[in-house]
Design a protein around this ligand. Structure first.
Ligand SMILES: O=C(O)c1cc(=O)[nH]c(=O)n1[C@@H]1O[C@H](COP(=O)(O)O)[C@@H](O)[C@H]1O
Length: 236
């Protein structure tokens, strides 16, 4: 049985400044979503912004997709843990030694550590993009391979497309977390995403957490958009 806890929506704060991010956050409800801080916002606003979000009662997924040698990456996830984030990620393609070093470093910090997950194949990538980087075969096969490696390294889950969720739940077990971006309500623009799914279909497919950016952050009424998707998700 999966121990996924609420809220299951993670709003991606892809903004160029803390001012713009906080203006959006102050319209949201921490009982209905967690927040994701990614590369753009963290590079501009850094740890102080993460602390400001925590102080407002939100749990934070620090999405910096670390990918480096084991020693450097393990030190980076430990820094994320010091910041008090709820979840942190690395690229599974960094390999076994890198992922094990990260997990061991976090475990050495004790019980109250962030969830550690790995990115498999980005949801913006299709088969032709994989072949461009020398990977033959389907995105689904590559996601399964990297998810198995991630689970064998003892991490808590993976970032993948909801399209791969049914296969991964069957292969990796219910407790292995699936964090799925590329979520698009029927009326929303696909944008640069390729492997997409609606919120309801993603939950039915086995997603534990839905990462949603523009369909909420660029909505005329962000709280209304969040509440509509939250209502959809809790009623599946
Ligand atoms: O790690 C991620 O969060 C991520 C992985 C992935 O494969 N695809 C993906 O879109 N993301 C992130 O999920 C968010 C999706 O945003 P929207 O496309 O605006 O909903 C962005 O912040 C991406 O950085």
């Amino acid at each position: 049985m999966s121990k996924t806890d609420n809220p299951r929506i993670i709003v991606a704060l892809d903004f160029p400044s803390d001012k713009l991010a906080l203006a959006l956050v102050d319209q949201l409800d921490p009982t209905k979503c967690r927040l994701k801080v990614g590369k753009e916002l963290f590079t501009r606003s850094g740890p102080d912004l993460v602390r400001a979000l925590n102080a407002r009662g939100f749990e934070v997924f620090l999405d910096l997709k670390f990918h480096d040698i084991p020693n450097t990456t393990a030190a980076a996830v430990a820094a994320a843990a010091d910041l008090g984030v709820w979840m942190v990620n690395v690229h599974a393609s960094g390999g076994e030694k890198m992922m094990v070093a990260c997990r061991e470093r976090l475990e050495s910090l004790g019980q109250d550590r962030p969830l550690l997950i790995a990115v498999t194949v980005l949801t913006s990538m299709g088969p032709e993009d994989l072949s461009g980087i020398g990977i033959q075969g389907s995105p689904e096969a590559q996601v399964s391979r990297l998810a198995t490696l991630t689970r064998n390294c003892g991490l808590d889950g993976v970032v993948c497309s909801a399209q791969e969720a049914p296969t991964l739940k069957a292969e990796q077990g219910a407790d292995f977390k699936l964090i799925t971006p590329g979520i698009r309500p029927l009326s929303a623009d696909k944008g640069d995403q390729q492997r997409i799914m609606t919120p309801t279909d993603a939950i039915r497919a086995g997603s534990d957490y839905l990462v949603i950016g523009r369909p909420i952050t660029q909505a005329a009424d962000p709280l209304g958009a969040l509440e509509a998707i939250h209502g959809e998700v809790v009623s599946v």
